[in-house]
Design a binder for this molecule. Structure first.
Ligand SMILES: [Zn+2]
Length: 145
């Protein structure tokens, strides 16, 4: 083995990630999965491109929004089933009337959980290694770090 080989780059593996409970809390609090300080969202529907605290880019690939739709689909399905279950066991409404009530509830759940579903997807992108820490930038006149 060559002892003069350059040290290998430290890969992002599950052992270097924060514990799952910390990542879940950061997702639900809509905080950056990397540092836990910066907000993922600037407002309810406006996602920050990068973390305001540690400056990692959350979604480098524009196709990531398609992945977040999987989480939206899960949220809508759960809302649909729970609302339908409650209506079916507490009322005598027709099936058509139940669907007319439950469908807007499913759509509203997607809008209500929009930031949380994107934040959950951001954590999944981070776990899969899709978020990299930003490179160190050289500052003219500064000391090398
Ligand atoms: Zn951050």
């Amino acid at each position: 083995m060559d002892s003069m080989a350059a040290p290998a780059r430290k890969p992002v593996t599950p052992s270097t990630l924060p514990p799952t409970s910390v990542l879940m809390r950061r997702a639900l609090m809509k905080k950056c999965p990397v540092c836990g300080r910066g907000n993922v969202f600037a407002s309810h529907f406006h996602m920050n491109r990068e973390c305001p605290s540690c400056h990692v880019t959350f979604w480098k690939d524009p196709g990531e929004s398609l992945g977040a739709m999987y989480v939206d689909y899960a949220v809508a399905t759960i809302a649909f089933l729970v609302a339908w279950f409650i209506l079916d066991y507490t009322t005598n409404l027709s099936d058509a009337m139940q669907v007319a009530i439950v469908a807007p509830i499913a759509v509203a759940s997607i809008l209500a959980f929009y930031p949380i579903s994107r934040s959950i997807w951001t954590v999944l992108v981070y776990i899969s290694g899709g978020i990299e820490k930003p490179r160190m930038r050289a500052i003219r006149g500064g000391k090398a770090l």
